[in-house]
Structures are given as structure tokens and as C-alpha cells.
Design a protein around this ligand. Sequence first.
Ligand code: KG4
Ligand code: ZN
Length: 335
Amino acid sequence: MKRILGIETSCDETGLAVVSEGRVICAERVASQVAVHAPFGGVVPELASRHHVENIVYLTRHVLDESGDNVEAVAATVGPGLMGSLLVGVNFGKAFAYARGIPFIPVHHIEGHIFASFLQHPKNPPDPPDYPFLALVVSGGHTCLIACPEPHRYQLLGTTRDDAVGECFDKVARLLGLPYPGGPAIQRAAEQGDPKRFSFPRSMKVGDSLEFSYSGLKTAVLYAKRDLGEDAMTSDIVADMAASFQEAAVDILVSKTKLALAQTGMERLVVAGGVAANRLLRERLQEELTCRVFVPALSLCMDNGTMIAAAAYSRWVHGYEGGLRETADSTLRLY
Ligand code: KG4
Ligand code: ZN
């Protein structure tokens, strides 16, 4: 049984986990920094890396104690992400590997998100996805459709020309006076709102391009708010704007995904990244697509160490090995 210690510190969550055979979660811990960054309305990189330093040792102790302390390799996110944050996880991982005489396996953050659907979880499908599959990657930094023909080969089909969809949720939440992080706050507000009250644009929805654009949608919300005036922004109007915004944002994702499935003929979809936690997106993909849809369990959508260990396991069994010369790369590419 190959057990891997997975480390995720690319942004503001310190995630540690031990995963067996790339599927079975033996132990996991995530230290959230939401309370640290919420007063600033977004992640403060210097504070994030300092908190990773404070958290990483005791979280490692927890997951090792809980899982029997018999890991055979250690993996960490090497990029992309905040440089200071990445360096904490990468250097801790390499030191751990050196001290124990075990391999260090570098993992791309987005590849980690994709492998969240490979983990065993009561809410995940019983089997992991087979190849080939299409991946819809939706997070704070990414909005892309990627073809995955075989393990660890990625072909970019389309990406955003400006803001990422998660970033757009966060910026619109701020515009509407909703708390950080914006995605869950918009979702909560939208539950009380009318998604048809405002007609926000679906940029680049027509045509056969798989590119995305989210800055126009954000600007449309800004103008709608400005046109109504600050005094009109009651909680009902905020809820209607949140619901109408969410409807437009999800609509774009669903229609581009359908287009990519039609263009590639792929029969499986893997949804990955923090925005995969969005209830409307999950429902619409499950209802409207005829292919098999793999969406990670809610607890595995956000940044965590289990997904890094799962991706590392697959890399390991497919012969990719890292080493102590690996280092963090804040703009690391996947494709
Ligand atoms: O993958 P992730 O944890 O970090 C990055 O790699 O970026 O994604 C974080 C993003 C944030 O923009 C957050 O607002 C968004 O995921 N998010 C959501 C929801 N939960 C988190 N967006 C929409 N609906 C949600 N329920
Ligand atoms: Zn992420």
C-alpha cells in the first residue's frame, strides 16, 4: 500500500493529508485562514505565508499520528500560487523527504484539483474517472476547459481572456457588500433572490469559441448598482443581483462545457476547483449533460492536501519522479 503525505500551501489554506493508493483518505487536516484575511477583503500574501509556517508542523503531526506514520513519499504543490506560500510547503516537503530518505513528488495545483475526483468519498462516484476526459477547471485563478487524453497529458481547449470565474465571484461579492470569500457569500445571497430580475451579459456565449470572458459581467453588475443608486441597494435587491449574476456566470460555464463535449466527442467530464462547490453549477451540469459527470465531494473542492497526494500517486505510478532540486514556480504551466 503506497501512502503519500500531500501538502498544499499555494494560497491561504494549509492542507495536509495522508492518502493510500491515490484513493483512500487515511487522514486529512486543513487550517483555513479565512478569518485572517476577511478583514482585508482578500488574501494578504505575507500573512498567508506566515500562517503556513505556524500551521504546517502541527498539521503534519496530526495526519501522521492519525494514519500510523508510514508514508513512503511526500508531495507538495509547487505552483502556481503565491510564491511565499508555495515556498513554505515545498521546502517543508523536501526537508521531510530528505530526513526520511523518501521521494519528493512535485504537483501542479490544477492537476491536484482534477485528482480530487479520483478520491474515495461517500459523495464521489464509486469509480475514479477513466481516460480520456474533459476537465472544467474553475477556481480563483483559473477558468479553463482541458482535454485529458491520458494520465498527465493536458491540452488546453479554452481559457479566460481576463478574470477567472472565482475571481469574478469574489469581486462581485465585494461590489455587493458581501463578505469574503465571495463565492459562498454570493451563493447564500442568491438563494433568496430572483435570477431573472437583472439581465446580465453572457460574454462570448455565441459562436464556437471555447474562450471565456468574465470582466464584462463584473462591469455589468457595477453599472446596474450605479444606475440604481446606493440607497436602492436593499438586501432584496442585493439578493436579486447575486442570483442574476450567479445565473449568468454559471450559464456561460455550462454552455461552453456542452460545446467542448460536442467538439471533442468526450464522454466524461471532471469538474475541478473551488467554484465546483457552487450548487447551481453542480445541479445544472448533472441535469443537462448526458455524459458522466465527476464533481468532487464539497469538502474536496477547496484547496486541500488529499488532492495533492492523489495526483502525486498517479505521477509516481506513471514513472514521474521529482527530487530535491524541485522548487516553487508561481506561474507554473500545466499544458
Ligand atoms: O480552488 P480554490 O479553493 O483556490 C484557487 O485555487 O483559486 O478556489 C477558490 C475560489 C474563490 O474564488 C471562491 O470564491 C470560489 O472558489 N468559490 C465559489 C464557491 N465556493 C468557493 N464560487 C462560487 N460558489 C461557491 N459555492
Ligand atoms: Zn485551488
